[in-house]
Design a protein around this ligand. Structure first.
Ligand code: SAH
Length: 388
Protein backbone atom coordinates (compact mmCIF):
# COMPACT_ATOMS: atom_id res chain seq x y z
CA UNK A 1 0.00 0.00 0.00
CA UNK A 2 1.18 3.51 -0.63
CA UNK A 3 2.63 5.02 2.50
CA UNK A 4 0.88 8.32 2.01
CA UNK A 5 -2.56 9.69 1.66
CA UNK A 6 -3.79 12.88 0.02
CA UNK A 7 -7.13 14.41 0.94
CA UNK A 8 -9.07 16.15 -1.81
CA UNK A 9 -11.91 18.67 -1.81
CA UNK A 10 -15.48 17.78 -2.87
CA UNK A 11 -14.70 19.43 -6.23
CA UNK A 12 -11.61 17.23 -6.65
CA UNK A 13 -13.63 14.13 -5.75
CA UNK A 14 -16.33 15.20 -8.22
CA UNK A 15 -13.74 15.34 -11.01
CA UNK A 16 -12.81 11.73 -10.35
CA UNK A 17 -16.49 10.73 -10.35
CA UNK A 18 -16.90 12.41 -13.72
CA UNK A 19 -14.30 10.04 -15.13
CA UNK A 20 -11.41 12.48 -15.30
CA UNK A 21 -8.01 11.33 -13.97
CA UNK A 22 -6.58 14.74 -12.99
CA UNK A 23 -6.95 16.61 -9.73
CA UNK A 24 -5.64 20.15 -9.59
CA UNK A 25 -3.51 21.55 -6.79
CA UNK A 26 -6.32 23.90 -5.75
CA UNK A 27 -8.44 20.83 -4.91
CA UNK A 28 -5.89 19.27 -2.56
CA UNK A 29 -6.79 19.75 1.10
CA UNK A 30 -3.78 18.04 2.63
CA UNK A 31 -0.65 16.52 1.19
CA UNK A 32 1.73 16.99 4.09
CA UNK A 33 5.05 15.19 3.79
CA UNK A 34 4.17 13.49 0.54
CA UNK A 35 7.27 12.74 -1.51
CA UNK A 36 7.36 14.23 -5.02
CA UNK A 37 6.48 11.51 -7.54
CA UNK A 38 5.03 9.15 -4.90
CA UNK A 39 2.12 6.82 -5.49
CA UNK A 40 -0.52 7.98 -3.02
CA UNK A 41 -3.98 7.01 -1.85
CA UNK A 42 -6.64 9.61 -2.52
CA UNK A 43 -9.37 10.14 0.06
CA UNK A 44 -12.27 12.54 0.37
CA UNK A 45 -12.96 14.71 3.42
CA UNK A 46 -14.83 11.81 5.04
CA UNK A 47 -11.68 9.66 4.63
CA UNK A 48 -13.30 7.46 1.99
CA UNK A 49 -10.75 5.86 -0.36
CA UNK A 50 -11.16 7.13 -3.95
CA UNK A 51 -8.20 5.58 -5.72
CA UNK A 52 -4.44 5.76 -6.15
CA UNK A 53 -2.57 8.43 -8.03
CA UNK A 54 0.83 9.80 -8.98
CA UNK A 55 1.57 12.86 -6.89
CA UNK A 56 3.43 15.93 -8.13
CA UNK A 57 4.53 18.70 -5.79
CA UNK A 58 5.14 21.12 -8.71
CA UNK A 59 2.55 20.74 -11.46
CA UNK A 60 -0.89 22.33 -11.30
CA UNK A 61 -2.03 18.77 -12.01
CA UNK A 62 -1.18 17.52 -8.53
CA UNK A 63 -2.70 14.06 -8.86
CA UNK A 64 -3.02 11.73 -11.84
CA UNK A 65 -5.26 8.77 -11.10
CA UNK A 66 -3.76 5.38 -11.90
CA UNK A 67 -6.37 3.08 -10.41
CA UNK A 68 -9.60 3.10 -8.45
CA UNK A 69 -8.55 -0.20 -6.85
CA UNK A 70 -6.79 -0.69 -3.52
CA UNK A 71 -4.45 -3.26 -5.02
CA UNK A 72 -0.82 -1.98 -4.75
CA UNK A 73 0.38 -0.39 -7.95
CA UNK A 74 3.51 -2.52 -8.09
CA UNK A 75 5.62 -3.86 -10.90
CA UNK A 76 3.14 -6.64 -11.74
CA UNK A 77 0.31 -4.12 -12.01
CA UNK A 78 2.42 -1.81 -14.18
CA UNK A 79 3.43 -4.75 -16.40
CA UNK A 80 -0.23 -5.71 -16.86
CA UNK A 81 -1.13 -2.20 -17.95
CA UNK A 82 1.72 -2.05 -20.48
CA UNK A 83 0.87 -5.51 -21.78
CA UNK A 84 -2.81 -4.61 -22.15
CA UNK A 85 -1.84 -1.53 -24.16
CA UNK A 86 0.43 -3.61 -26.40
CA UNK A 87 -2.29 -6.26 -26.90
CA UNK A 88 -4.73 -3.58 -28.13
CA UNK A 89 -2.15 -2.41 -30.70
CA UNK A 90 -1.92 -5.96 -32.05
CA UNK A 91 -5.61 -5.62 -32.90
CA UNK A 92 -5.62 -2.17 -34.50
CA UNK A 93 -2.15 -1.64 -35.98
CA UNK A 94 -1.68 -3.27 -39.38
CA UNK A 95 1.28 -3.42 -41.81
CA UNK A 96 3.10 -1.10 -39.45
CA UNK A 97 6.16 -1.30 -37.20
CA UNK A 98 6.14 2.30 -35.94
CA UNK A 99 3.25 3.04 -33.60
CA UNK A 100 2.34 4.36 -30.16
CA UNK A 101 2.35 1.38 -27.83
CA UNK A 102 1.40 3.32 -24.70
CA UNK A 103 -0.50 6.59 -25.01
CA UNK A 104 -0.50 7.98 -21.48
CA UNK A 105 -4.01 8.72 -20.10
CA UNK A 106 -5.50 6.85 -23.09
CA UNK A 107 -3.95 3.65 -21.74
CA UNK A 108 -4.52 4.42 -18.04
CA UNK A 109 -0.83 5.17 -17.68
CA UNK A 110 -0.97 8.94 -17.24
CA UNK A 111 2.03 10.89 -18.52
CA UNK A 112 3.77 7.84 -19.98
CA UNK A 113 4.44 7.56 -23.72
CA UNK A 114 6.06 4.50 -25.25
CA UNK A 115 6.47 4.50 -29.01
CA UNK A 116 7.68 1.47 -30.87
CA UNK A 117 9.88 2.01 -33.93
CA UNK A 118 10.79 -1.41 -35.32
CA UNK A 119 13.14 -2.96 -32.80
CA UNK A 120 13.49 0.19 -30.71
CA UNK A 121 11.32 1.77 -28.04
CA UNK A 122 11.18 5.49 -27.32
CA UNK A 123 9.97 6.51 -23.87
CA UNK A 124 8.69 9.80 -22.43
CA UNK A 125 8.00 10.11 -18.68
CA UNK A 126 6.20 13.42 -18.33
CA UNK A 127 5.41 13.66 -14.61
CA UNK A 128 7.34 13.21 -11.37
CA UNK A 129 5.47 9.97 -10.73
CA UNK A 130 6.27 8.41 -14.10
CA UNK A 131 9.84 9.64 -13.81
CA UNK A 132 10.17 7.63 -10.57
CA UNK A 133 8.78 4.58 -12.34
CA UNK A 134 11.22 4.93 -15.27
CA UNK A 135 13.70 2.26 -14.09
CA UNK A 136 10.83 -0.23 -13.64
CA UNK A 137 9.44 0.68 -17.09
CA UNK A 138 12.82 0.07 -18.73
CA UNK A 139 13.08 -3.33 -16.98
CA UNK A 140 9.57 -4.31 -18.06
CA UNK A 141 10.30 -3.35 -21.67
CA UNK A 142 13.52 -5.36 -21.65
CA UNK A 143 11.91 -8.39 -20.09
CA UNK A 144 8.67 -8.52 -22.07
CA UNK A 145 9.35 -6.71 -25.35
CA UNK A 146 13.09 -7.21 -25.87
CA UNK A 147 13.83 -4.08 -27.90
CA UNK A 148 17.34 -3.65 -29.30
CA UNK A 149 17.44 -0.18 -27.81
CA UNK A 150 15.41 2.00 -25.48
CA UNK A 151 15.65 5.75 -26.05
CA UNK A 152 14.43 8.50 -23.76
CA UNK A 153 12.96 11.61 -25.42
CA UNK A 154 12.32 13.66 -22.32
CA UNK A 155 13.48 16.83 -24.09
CA UNK A 156 9.99 18.33 -23.92
CA UNK A 157 8.85 21.60 -22.38
CA UNK A 158 6.01 20.08 -20.30
CA UNK A 159 8.62 18.48 -18.06
CA UNK A 160 9.45 21.95 -16.74
CA UNK A 161 5.95 22.15 -15.22
CA UNK A 162 6.91 19.14 -13.10
CA UNK A 163 10.28 20.60 -12.13
CA UNK A 164 11.94 17.88 -14.23
CA UNK A 165 14.96 18.50 -16.44
CA UNK A 166 14.73 18.25 -20.23
CA UNK A 167 16.88 15.37 -21.33
CA UNK A 168 17.32 12.77 -24.04
CA UNK A 169 19.55 9.78 -24.52
CA UNK A 170 19.94 6.04 -24.63
CA UNK A 171 18.53 4.16 -21.64
CA UNK A 172 19.49 0.72 -22.89
CA UNK A 173 21.20 -0.93 -25.85
CA UNK A 174 22.84 0.66 -28.86
CA UNK A 175 20.82 2.98 -31.03
CA UNK A 176 21.49 3.25 -34.74
CA UNK A 177 21.67 6.62 -36.49
CA UNK A 178 18.74 5.52 -38.62
CA UNK A 179 15.85 3.25 -37.69
CA UNK A 180 13.77 1.92 -40.56
CA UNK A 181 10.22 0.80 -39.83
CA UNK A 182 7.14 0.07 -41.93
CA UNK A 183 4.07 2.29 -41.86
CA UNK A 184 1.07 1.15 -43.90
CA UNK A 185 3.36 -1.29 -45.69
CA UNK A 186 5.80 1.40 -46.80
CA UNK A 187 9.28 2.02 -45.40
CA UNK A 188 10.19 5.06 -43.36
CA UNK A 189 13.46 6.15 -41.77
CA UNK A 190 13.48 7.69 -38.30
CA UNK A 191 16.06 9.51 -36.29
CA UNK A 192 14.91 8.60 -32.79
CA UNK A 193 17.24 10.98 -30.99
CA UNK A 194 16.81 14.05 -33.21
CA UNK A 195 13.48 13.72 -35.08
CA UNK A 196 10.38 15.71 -34.06
CA UNK A 197 8.33 14.30 -31.17
CA UNK A 198 9.68 10.78 -30.62
CA UNK A 199 10.90 10.55 -34.22
CA UNK A 200 7.75 11.06 -36.28
CA UNK A 201 4.04 11.94 -36.34
CA UNK A 202 2.58 8.50 -35.68
CA UNK A 203 -0.91 9.87 -35.02
CA UNK A 204 -1.48 10.47 -38.78
CA UNK A 205 -0.85 6.90 -39.92
CA UNK A 206 -4.50 5.96 -40.54
CA UNK A 207 -5.24 9.32 -42.16
CA UNK A 208 -2.30 8.82 -44.50
CA UNK A 209 -3.78 5.48 -45.50
CA UNK A 210 -7.23 7.04 -45.89
CA UNK A 211 -5.76 9.74 -48.16
CA UNK A 212 -4.33 7.02 -50.38
CA UNK A 213 -7.87 5.86 -51.19
CA UNK A 214 -8.73 9.25 -52.74
CA UNK A 215 -5.37 9.90 -54.39
CA UNK A 216 -5.15 10.40 -58.13
CA UNK A 217 -3.66 12.78 -60.69
CA UNK A 218 -1.71 15.69 -59.21
CA UNK A 219 -1.37 15.82 -55.43
CA UNK A 220 -0.04 18.48 -53.09
CA UNK A 221 1.15 17.67 -49.55
CA UNK A 222 1.44 20.86 -47.50
CA UNK A 223 3.40 20.78 -44.20
CA UNK A 224 4.93 17.52 -45.31
CA UNK A 225 7.63 17.05 -42.62
CA UNK A 226 9.23 13.69 -43.53
CA UNK A 227 6.71 13.10 -46.31
CA UNK A 228 4.25 10.87 -44.46
CA UNK A 229 1.27 11.80 -46.64
CA UNK A 230 3.23 12.38 -49.86
CA UNK A 231 4.93 8.98 -49.76
CA UNK A 232 1.70 7.19 -48.81
CA UNK A 233 -0.25 8.68 -51.75
CA UNK A 234 2.54 8.73 -54.36
CA UNK A 235 1.93 5.23 -55.79
CA UNK A 236 -1.66 6.26 -56.63
CA UNK A 237 -0.75 9.62 -58.22
CA UNK A 238 0.90 10.86 -61.42
CA UNK A 239 2.74 13.59 -59.58
CA UNK A 240 3.08 14.76 -55.97
CA UNK A 241 4.51 18.02 -54.67
CA UNK A 242 5.57 17.94 -50.99
CA UNK A 243 6.17 21.27 -49.27
CA UNK A 244 7.73 22.14 -45.93
CA UNK A 245 9.49 25.22 -44.64
CA UNK A 246 12.26 23.12 -43.08
CA UNK A 247 15.10 21.85 -45.26
CA UNK A 248 15.94 19.30 -42.57
CA UNK A 249 12.41 17.87 -42.81
CA UNK A 250 12.71 17.65 -46.60
CA UNK A 251 15.96 15.73 -46.32
CA UNK A 252 14.05 13.11 -44.33
CA UNK A 253 11.27 13.19 -46.93
CA UNK A 254 13.77 12.60 -49.77
CA UNK A 255 15.20 9.63 -47.86
CA UNK A 256 11.70 8.19 -47.40
CA UNK A 257 10.78 8.47 -51.09
CA UNK A 258 14.11 6.86 -52.00
CA UNK A 259 13.47 3.99 -49.54
CA UNK A 260 10.24 3.21 -51.37
CA UNK A 261 11.61 3.63 -54.88
CA UNK A 262 9.29 6.57 -55.48
CA UNK A 263 10.29 9.02 -58.19
CA UNK A 264 7.15 11.02 -58.91
CA UNK A 265 7.46 13.29 -55.86
CA UNK A 266 9.05 16.73 -55.98
CA UNK A 267 10.06 18.38 -52.69
CA UNK A 268 9.99 22.11 -52.26
CA UNK A 269 11.12 24.28 -49.37
CA UNK A 270 8.54 27.04 -48.98
CA UNK A 271 6.03 28.66 -46.69
CA UNK A 272 2.77 26.86 -47.53
CA UNK A 273 0.66 30.02 -47.22
CA UNK A 274 2.88 31.76 -49.80
CA UNK A 275 3.05 28.74 -52.07
CA UNK A 276 -0.76 28.32 -52.14
CA UNK A 277 -1.24 31.98 -53.01
CA UNK A 278 1.36 31.84 -55.79
CA UNK A 279 -0.12 28.59 -57.12
CA UNK A 280 -3.55 30.22 -57.35
CA UNK A 281 -2.11 33.19 -59.23
CA UNK A 282 -0.28 30.80 -61.57
CA UNK A 283 -3.57 28.87 -62.07
CA UNK A 284 -2.07 25.60 -60.84
CA UNK A 285 -4.57 22.83 -60.17
CA UNK A 286 -4.52 19.70 -58.05
CA UNK A 287 -6.71 16.62 -57.59
CA UNK A 288 -5.72 16.04 -53.96
CA UNK A 289 -4.44 18.48 -51.38
CA UNK A 290 -3.33 17.58 -47.85
CA UNK A 291 -3.09 20.30 -45.20
CA UNK A 292 -1.42 19.20 -41.96
CA UNK A 293 -0.12 22.36 -40.29
CA UNK A 294 1.36 22.57 -36.80
CA UNK A 295 -1.12 23.47 -34.03
CA UNK A 296 -2.34 27.05 -34.57
CA UNK A 297 -3.99 27.28 -31.13
CA UNK A 298 -1.67 26.16 -28.38
CA UNK A 299 -3.78 28.04 -25.82
CA UNK A 300 -7.46 28.74 -25.65
CA UNK A 301 -6.70 32.47 -25.90
CA UNK A 302 -5.39 32.04 -29.45
CA UNK A 303 -8.53 30.25 -30.68
CA UNK A 304 -9.85 33.15 -32.80
CA UNK A 305 -6.58 33.77 -34.59
CA UNK A 306 -6.17 30.01 -35.09
CA UNK A 307 -9.59 29.79 -36.74
CA UNK A 308 -8.68 32.69 -39.05
CA UNK A 309 -5.49 30.80 -39.93
CA UNK A 310 -7.38 27.60 -40.72
CA UNK A 311 -9.89 29.51 -42.82
CA UNK A 312 -7.17 31.26 -44.82
CA UNK A 313 -5.23 28.07 -45.45
CA UNK A 314 -8.27 26.05 -46.48
CA UNK A 315 -9.59 28.86 -48.67
CA UNK A 316 -6.34 28.95 -50.61
CA UNK A 317 -6.32 25.18 -51.02
CA UNK A 318 -9.98 24.98 -52.11
CA UNK A 319 -9.31 27.54 -54.84
CA UNK A 320 -6.76 25.34 -56.57
CA UNK A 321 -8.63 22.03 -56.32
CA UNK A 322 -10.21 20.67 -59.49
CA UNK A 323 -13.89 19.65 -59.37
CA UNK A 324 -13.94 16.06 -58.14
CA UNK A 325 -10.75 16.74 -56.18
CA UNK A 326 -10.24 15.97 -52.50
CA UNK A 327 -9.01 18.03 -49.60
CA UNK A 328 -7.60 16.18 -46.59
CA UNK A 329 -7.43 18.89 -43.96
CA UNK A 330 -6.19 18.52 -40.40
CA UNK A 331 -6.06 20.41 -37.13
CA UNK A 332 -4.04 19.08 -34.22
CA UNK A 333 -5.04 21.97 -31.94
CA UNK A 334 -6.90 20.50 -28.97
CA UNK A 335 -8.64 23.86 -28.39
CA UNK A 336 -10.22 23.83 -31.86
CA UNK A 337 -13.33 21.64 -31.66
CA UNK A 338 -14.38 19.71 -34.75
CA UNK A 339 -17.48 21.92 -35.05
CA UNK A 340 -15.32 25.09 -35.05
CA UNK A 341 -13.05 23.58 -37.65
CA UNK A 342 -16.00 22.61 -39.90
CA UNK A 343 -17.40 26.10 -39.55
CA UNK A 344 -14.10 27.74 -40.54
CA UNK A 345 -13.86 25.53 -43.61
CA UNK A 346 -17.50 26.12 -44.55
CA UNK A 347 -16.78 29.82 -44.49
CA UNK A 348 -13.66 29.23 -46.63
CA UNK A 349 -15.68 27.18 -49.14
CA UNK A 350 -18.27 29.98 -49.47
CA UNK A 351 -15.54 32.56 -50.08
CA UNK A 352 -13.82 30.27 -52.59
CA UNK A 353 -17.17 29.71 -54.41
CA UNK A 354 -16.82 25.96 -54.05
CA UNK A 355 -19.49 23.40 -53.18
CA UNK A 356 -17.95 20.88 -50.84
CA UNK A 357 -19.12 17.58 -49.38
CA UNK A 358 -17.82 16.00 -46.18
CA UNK A 359 -16.64 12.55 -47.20
CA UNK A 360 -15.05 11.47 -43.91
CA UNK A 361 -14.68 12.90 -40.42
CA UNK A 362 -11.59 11.36 -38.94
CA UNK A 363 -9.31 11.70 -35.93
CA UNK A 364 -5.97 10.45 -34.64
CA UNK A 365 -4.97 6.83 -35.34
CA UNK A 366 -6.44 4.25 -33.00
CA UNK A 367 -3.11 3.66 -31.27
CA UNK A 368 -3.71 7.13 -29.73
CA UNK A 369 -6.91 6.19 -27.83
CA UNK A 370 -9.56 8.77 -26.99
CA UNK A 371 -11.01 8.40 -23.49
CA UNK A 372 -14.70 9.17 -23.57
CA UNK A 373 -14.57 11.15 -20.33
CA UNK A 374 -11.26 12.91 -20.98
CA UNK A 375 -11.69 15.51 -23.75
CA UNK A 376 -7.95 16.33 -23.71
CA UNK A 377 -7.24 12.91 -25.26
CA UNK A 378 -9.08 13.91 -28.47
CA UNK A 379 -6.95 16.48 -30.26
CA UNK A 380 -6.59 15.59 -33.92
CA UNK A 381 -9.28 16.42 -36.46
CA UNK A 382 -8.91 15.22 -40.04
CA UNK A 383 -11.62 15.91 -42.60
CA UNK A 384 -11.76 14.42 -46.05
CA UNK A 385 -13.70 16.85 -48.24
CA UNK A 386 -14.66 16.70 -51.91
CA UNK A 387 -15.16 19.61 -54.23
CA UNK A 388 -18.32 18.83 -56.20
N1 SAH B 1 2.30 15.97 -42.30
C1 SAH B 1 3.42 15.51 -41.49
C2 SAH B 1 3.52 16.23 -40.16
C3 SAH B 1 3.53 17.72 -40.26
S1 SAH B 1 4.20 18.54 -38.87
C4 SAH B 1 3.30 14.01 -41.29
O1 SAH B 1 2.27 13.41 -41.65
O2 SAH B 1 4.25 13.42 -40.78
C5 SAH B 1 4.18 20.19 -39.38
C6 SAH B 1 5.29 20.57 -40.37
O3 SAH B 1 4.96 21.89 -40.83
C7 SAH B 1 6.69 20.66 -39.81
O4 SAH B 1 7.54 19.80 -40.55
C8 SAH B 1 7.11 22.13 -40.01
O5 SAH B 1 8.46 22.26 -40.46
C9 SAH B 1 6.18 22.57 -41.09
N2 SAH B 1 5.80 24.00 -41.13
C10 SAH B 1 5.45 24.81 -40.12
N3 SAH B 1 5.03 26.03 -40.58
C11 SAH B 1 5.13 25.96 -41.94
C12 SAH B 1 4.82 26.87 -43.00
N4 SAH B 1 4.31 28.08 -42.75
N5 SAH B 1 5.02 26.47 -44.27
C13 SAH B 1 5.52 25.24 -44.53
N6 SAH B 1 5.81 24.34 -43.57
C14 SAH B 1 5.63 24.68 -42.30
Amino acid sequence: MPSTTVTVSPKGAERLSSGHPWIYRSDILSAAEVEPGAIVSIQNRKKRFLGQALYSNQSQIALRLITREKRPFDRTFLTERIQAAAAYRRQVVKDTEAYRMVAAEGDLLPSLIIDRYGESCVVQTLSQGMESLKPAIVDILKEHFRPKSIIERNDVAVRALEGLEQTKGVLDGEPSAETIAAINGMRFAFDLLEGQKTGGFLDQRENQLAARAYAHGRALDCFSYSGGFAVNVAPACDYVLGIDSSEEALQKARRNSELNGINNVEWKQANCFDYLKAADQAREQFDLIVLDPPAFARQRSSLDSALRGYKELNLRALKILRPGGYLVTCSCSYHVAESDFLEAIASAALDAHRTVTVVERRTQSRDHPILLTVPETHYLKCLVLRVV
